[in-house]
Design a protein around this ligand. Structure first.
Ligand code: A3D
Length: 314
């Protein structure tokens, strides 16, 4: 990684992208380049963020641009560019549109920063990690999807509220795809080391896991237009932090499996050690039959998205 000032490019200056940029500079992590296809949008948000620097006691630069040459030499690229689902648009329509966007933006950004780590946020998440891997040809250690960090943060909040305890003491273990196909593992989720099933009934755990699975939809329902962005941005930033500061945090991330968890060639959310080399290790835990089946179902839904994308290109 480059010595001296660290540089993170955030592609997409919308809700998630701008909030990610804000959190990166205000937590003193790195300089940020914010890039978007819309002219003026990244420049305006970057200037606004830069003008807050004296109030947050940081000296990081925030550059807004539409030109990929400004992103050259980035240590990390966070990909949030994409469309949200519009009325009348199917999931597959969105898949194909965002495939085109992610391919275009990641190709240009990777060309400028061939050694960067890529953190993908654009949905459908697991499929977009496939697109980023194929477009860049980067090794799987450097192309990582953000989903599990958010899902487990949501689960932690719901568990903490239910038990009236600090979120800090709750640790939630999730596997699998983002959203509907997330696989929570209550037996490996703990409150200050105490396994969750000792503290909550199976029924309550199921209810909290369901709420977590639908966590994105719950917020869309409240906001009416747009989707969650504060917690998604925080989740991406915790991954950036673990890489840039070589923290070696154990975080659930969407990575390409090559035989781990008996899955080969598909991007699935699993616990990994995230450090200065990106995904430094995939942690394999022994699953029960039911958990393995749920994980397989989750990975099959990723396979079907990958096939839809292949057919669209054929
Ligand atoms: P939004 O506020 O609409 O921002 C998207 C931005 O992407 C807009 O500013 C667009 O102009 C920009 N954009 C579109 N096409 C291009 C392009 N070709 N080049 C550069 N920029 C472009 O959306 P958002 O910030 O709320 O969400 C961004 C993405 O993240 C969406 O796909 C969401 O579904 C996804 N998301 C994922 C999670 C996960 O947990 C995986 C959570 C929240 C959001």
């Amino acid at each position: 990684m480059a010595v001296g000032r660290r540089k993170v490019t955030v592609i997409g200056a919308g809700n998630v992208g701008a909030t990610t940029a804000q959190r990166i500079v205000e937590s003193n992590l790195a300089d940020v380049v914010l890039i978007d296809v819309v002219e003026g949008l990244p420049q305006g948000k970057a200037l606004d963020l830069a003008e807050a620097a004296p109030l947050h006691y940081h000296d990081h630069t925030v550059v807004g641009t539409n030109d990929y040459s400004d992103t050259a030499g980035s240590d990390v690229i966070v990909v949030t560019a994409g469309l949200a689902r519009q009325p009348g648009m199917t999931r597959d329509d969105l898949l194909i549109k965002n495939m085109g966007i992610v391919r275009a933006v990641v190709g240009q950004a990777a060309g400028q920063s061939p050694d960067a780590f890529i953190i993908v946020v654009t949905n459908p998440l697991d499929a977009m990690v496939h697109v980023a891997l194929e477009t860049t040809g980067f090794p799987r250690e450097r192309v990582i999807g953000m989903a599990g960090v958010l899902d487990s943060a949501r689960f932690r909040v719901f568990i903490a509220r239910e038990l009236g305890v600090s979120v800090v003491d709750v640790s939630a273990f999730v596997l699998g795809g983002h959203g509907d196909t997330m696989v929570p593992l209550p037996r490996l989720s703990t409150v200050a080391g105490i396994p969750l099933p000792e503290l909550l009934s199976a029924e309550r755990i199921d209810a909290l896991a369901d709420r977590t699975r639908n966590g994105g939809a719950e917020i869309v329902g409240l906001l009416k237009s747009g989707s969650a962005f504060y917690a998604p941005a925080s989740s991406a930033v915790s991954m950036v932090d673990s890489i840039l500061n070589d923290r070696k945090r154990v975080l659930p991330c969407a990575v390409l499996l090559q035989g781990e968890y008996k899955i080969d060639g598909l991007v699935v959310g699993v616990p990994v050690v995230l450090g200065a080399s990106g995904v430094e290790r995939i942690i394999e835990v022994k699953l029960t039959d039911a958990e393995q089946t749920a994980l397989r179902t989750s990975s099959e839904s990723v396979r079907s998205l990958v096939e839809t994308m292949r057919n669209a290109q054929a």
